[in-house]
Structures are given as structure tokens and as C-alpha cells.
Design a protein around this ligand. Structure first.
Ligand SMILES: C[S@@+](CC[C@H](N)C(=O)[O-])C[C@H]1O[C@@H](n2cnc3c(N)ncnc32)[C@H](O)[C@@H]1O
Length: 256
């Protein structure tokens, strides 16, 4: 299937569930809440006065947070107009200047360039059908000295399904990204859990850490750090073994 067709089907899927995905309420931000975790903030570093680009930004909660942290220009790109509209309404209520715009992370507007930070997080990378061209595009969007931060579900978590206490099954393919990911319904967005009406077909991809690192190096980026960490609630029902497995990772790469 061509990338454009994959993206078009994926857009239909995200639009179908968009009404139920509103992110953090405005009150959360008003009370000083930040949608970025401490370890993400440490990886991102100081954004004061910087230009940031967030790919697959959804309702833009991270972007509202970056604006709050003092970024000078905050751009978020997503294919789902309904998610973006939700984010824009929140930004307006909060009086924050964020540019949430419709776009495809596999075919970014050439005008989107000169960023100090490119961020992709929380289930964005799995929608990239071809990693090498995507990495090259991202590298081009960074200023020299700029950084890419990937804060993602771990690909090992993506291919494992909890079958009971201490028991896991391999339900996808860590090594072959073109075996579609997310066979496990519990890895789909929470809003779909228990839903009985059918949803549009969609396609996601499992990108192993080896492939991610190799694609970024091939695009001329330098890997600054790569941290894998547990998040036991993502292996719900597994028990104590969930502490011994990576569920997420955080990678920082820089443009020399
Ligand atoms: C799980 S969310 C992203 C994570 C976000 N941080 C969150 O927690 O909601 C996935 C997002 O990817 C977007 N998406 C999927 N394919 C895309 C593409 N080709 N280009 C841009 N956005 C895409 C979807 O519309 C959706 O908003």
C-alpha cells in the first residue's frame, strides 16, 4: 500500500475516535499542570525563546506546555482536524499562542523549518510508514545544534501482550516493521477499549530501537542519549515482572 493511502486510512481512523479524545482539561493547565513528564522535560531542556515543532501532536497538550515553558514559537502538526480543533479551542481559552496545523508527518510542509526542537511522543512514531525518509526530513527541519526528542512506547512493549501474571505472548514482530503493529486491542487508544462499533481500518508500524538509531545516524544526526524505562501500568495484569521490562524510551538526537 502507498504511503498516501496508509495516511488517508489512518486519518479516517483518528477522526472516528477524535470526539472522545480531548486530553487534559483547561483547568489542568490553569492549575499549572504540564503535559510533559519530568524525564521528558529533562530531555527537552530549556525551550525559552526557541522554535518547537511537535509531530503527530493530537490535541496539542504538549504544545500548550511548551508555550507555557516560554517557547517563542510552537507548531504542532497532525492529520486529524478534529483533534486539532480541540487543541486550538484549549489554546484560545488559555490565551496561549500555539500553531496547531493540519499536516502529514510523512510529507511536511517545506516551509516548516528552522526549529530548535522537534518532538514526537506517546504513540506518534508508529504512524511513520518509512523511517529513513522521515528521519531525513526531521534532520532538515532542525537548525544546526537543534535536537530531536523521541519519547515513545518501547517497540518491545508494542509486540508483547499480557496473558496473565508473569505471562507474555509475542503478538507482533519486533524485527519486521511491515508486519502491522498493535494486534493487541489494549495497545489502541483508551477510548476504543470496550467499543463494539467497528472502526476504520488503520495501519501502524513497529520500529525497533536498532532501526530508529540507524535511521537517525543515516540522516546525519548524533545520538546524545537513549533511555529505556519501565512503566508497569502499560503491562497491566503482568504483576511484578512489569518492573523488569521496558515500556517506553526516550531518545535525544542532535543536528551537529
Ligand atoms: C496517540 S496520538 C499521539 C500522541 C499524543 N502525544 C497523544 O498523547 O495524544 C497519535 C496521533 O497521531 C496522529 N497521526 C497519525 N498519522 C499521522 C500522520 N501521518 N501525520 C500526522 N499525524 C498523524 C493522529 O491523528 C493522532 O492524533
Amino acid at each position: 500500500m502507498e504511503t498516501a493511502e496508509i495516511t488517508s486510512r489512518n486519518r479516517a481512523y483518528w477522526e472516528a475516535i477524535a470526539a472522545g479524545r480531548t486530553g487534559e482539561p483547561v483547568e489542568f493547565f490553569r492549575a499549572g499542570g504540564c503535559a510533559l513528564e519530568d524525564r521528558e522535560l529533562a530531555a527537552i531542556g530549556d525551550v525559552t525563546g526557541q522554535r518547537t515543532l511537535h509531530l503527530a501532536c493530537s490535541v496539542g497538550d504538549e504544545d500548550l506546555s511548551l508555550a507555557r515553558l516560554g517557547a517563542a514559537e510552537v507548531v504542532g502538526v497532525d492529520i486529524s482536524p478534529t483533534h486539532l480543533a480541540t487543541g486550538r479551542a484549549k489554546a484560545a481559552e488559555l490565551g496561549l499562542r500555539v500553531d496547531l496545523r493540519e499536516g502529514d508527518l510523512t510529507a511536511l510542509d517545506p516551509a516548516l523549518t528552522g526549529f530548535d526542537l522537534v518532538l514526537i511522543s506517546g504513540g506518534g512514531l508508529c504512524w511513520v510508514p518509512e523511517l529513513e525518509p522521515w528521519a531525513a526530513t526531521v534532520a532538515e527541519r532542525l537548525v544546526p545544534g537543534g535536537r530531536l526528542v523521541i519519547s515513545e512506547h518501547h517497540p518491545l512493549w508494542e509486540v508483547l501482550t499480557v496473558r496473565g501474571t508473569g505471562q507474555l505472548a509475542v503478538t507482533s514482530d519486533y524485527l519486521d516493521p511491515h508486519r502491522p503493529g498493535y494486534h493487541d486491542p489494549r495497545k489502541a487508544p483508551r477510548v476504543t477499549w470496550g467499543r463494539t462499533e467497528p472502526l476504520p481500518d488503520h495501519t501502524s508500524f513497529v520500529w525497533s530501537l536498532g532501526r530508529v538509531v540507524t535511521a537517525l545516524l543515516g540522516a546525519g544526526l548524533v545520538i546524545r542519549s537513549l533511555e529505556e524505562y519501565a512503566q508497569p501500568e502499560l503491562y497491566d495484569g503482568l504483576g511484578p515482572a512489569a518492573d523488569a521490562l521496558p515500556a517506553c524510551y526516550l531518545l535525544v538526537a542532535g543536528r551537529p
